[in-house]
Every structure is written in structure tokens, then in C-alpha cells.
Design a protein around this ligand. Structure first.
Ligand code: ATP
Length: 213
């Protein structure tokens, strides 16, 4: 589904990723582990073409065959089906849950809303609540749910369980497992053991390099 070959990434003169190669197969759930600063966020940003300058080969099996993404702007990567949730969630905190869900929704939004709310039942009872009046875990669910409204073909999630109450971590894990059962490939940066234990495979980053899997 996604192959990364010999990726190097830079913030100005500082190199953050060194010759990173990894793959996520169709339907596979891969957790990207590593300490703070290991390069997990940088890898996800490189895949989305955001913020960081990267060199290397990123091959994505889009609907119309294998495509090299490296020179694509991020909006084209998103349109091709890469659904990304940043660590800081980027919600519209003044808008309600429902407004956040519909802000970037694809055609057929009402059917998709029903599917997404089945994955995150907690959101069903919060539809009219402003995102600013939600817990961190609820906001995280909303951020994932909003990305799902765009009908992605693959999910890239940056630390969805960081700083979240254990009961909501379980809810997020359950939602991701349901998505996996539906065939959604996922690359998830995460240090939480509960989530990592549910993955098909773990890839460890140490100081910007793949250390093992
Ligand atoms: P965390 O869990 O803390 O987010 P991470 O594994 O996601 O850690 P990155 O955020 O990818 O790690 O950071 C990798 C390296 O790149 C670190 O040395 C970090 O200091 C550096 N870095 C990250 N963002 C920037 C930036 N905007 N400008 C310069 N250096 C950066």
C-alpha cells in the first residue's frame, strides 16, 4: 500500500531522518515506536509533504496504481487517499462536533457520518458541543472522525493516545481495530503499549533511523 525507500528528512540544515525504509501492506496496522525526538512525527509529515524537506522514494498504491508521491503537494496526497491526523489535532475549537465533521466532508457525508459515529459512539451524544468543551480523548476521537469523513484509503495518525485517559485509549483502540477489520491500512506513531500490542507489526525509530521491527 505504501513503501518508503531511503528517506532522509531535514529541518533546515538539521537532519531528522536517516535512510528510513519501511512499508505498510494493504490492510496492515503498523505502529511506529520511538522515544520523543526519534523522528516519528517527522516521518508522518514527510509522507504528507508537510513542513519538512525530504528526499527519497515514497510509493503509494493509489486507486489508479502505484504512484511516486515524493513531488506531490500535500493536498494531492490527501486527495489520493492519505488521511492524516497531526499530533496537535488541528480542530476548529469554536465549532461543534458536527460542524467539525462536515467541514471537509466528501459527497455522501450523511452516510459517512453515520459510519463514523458508529466507530466513535461517544461523539454521538456530543454532536452539538463545541470542540473546545471536550476532553483531550474526545477531541482526539473527533480529529480521527473528521479525517474519516474525507473517506481516506489509508490512515496516518500521530500519537492518538498521548495524554489520554485509559478508558478512551481503549475506545480509540477499538475504533482502529474496527477500521482494520474493514481493510483500512494504518501507520500510527504511538508509544502507548495498549495500542502497540494491537498492531500487526511495530517499527522502532531510534535517533531518526529504523532500528528494528
Ligand atoms: P515526539 O514524540 O516528541 O513528537 P517524534 O519521535 O515525533 O517525537 P520528531 O518530532 O519527528 O520526533 O522530531 C525528530 C527530530 O527533529 C528531533 O530532533 C526534533 O528536535 C527535530 N525537529 C522536529 N520538528 C522540528 C522543527 N520544526 N524544526 C527543527 N527541528 C525539528
Amino acid at each position: 500500500m505504501l513503501e518508503v525507500n531511503h528517506l532522509n528528512a531535514f529541518y533546515g540544515p538539521a537532519q531528522a531522518l536517516f535512510d528510513v525504509s519501511l512499508s505498510v501492506k494493504a490492510g496492515e496496522f503498523v505502529v511506529l515506536k520511538g522515544l520523543n525526538g526519534a523522528g516519528k512525527s517527522t516521518l508522518l509529515k514527510s509522507l504528507m509533504g508537510l513542513e519538512v524537506v525530504s528526499h527519497g522514494d515514497i510509493v503509494y498504491h493509489a486507486a489508479n496504481g502505484a504512484q511516486s508521491l515524493q513531488n506531490w503537494p500535500s493536498h494531492r496526497r490527501a486527495r489520493a487517499g492519505l488521511g492524516y491526523v497531526a499530533e496537535d489535532r488541528r480542530l476548529f475549537t469554536g465549532l461543534t462536533v458536527r460542524e467539525n465533521l462536515h467541514i471537509a466532508a466528501a459527497p455522501g457525508a450523511h452516510e459517512q457520518e453515520a459510519r463514523v459515529l458508529d466507530l466513535f459512539p461517544v461523539l454521538k451524544i456530543l454532536l452539538k458541543r463545541p470542540a473546545s468543551h471536550m476532553s483531550g480523548g474526545e477531541q482526539q476521537m473527533l480529529a480521527i472522525a473528521r479525517t474519516l469523513m474525507t473517506r481516506p484509503r489509508m490512515l496516518l495518525l500521530d500519537e492518538p493516545c498521548e495524554g489520554i485517559a485509559p478508558v478512551l485509549v481503549e475506545s480509540i483502540r477499538d475504533a482502529l481495530m474496527a477500521l482494520k477489520a474493514s481493510g483500512m491500512p494504518m501507520l500510527v506513531a504511538e508509544q502507548n503499549h495498549l495500542l502497540a500490542a494491537s498492531a500487526d507489526r511495530q517499527v522502532l525509530l531510534v535517533a531518526g533511523k529504523v532500528s528494528g521491527s
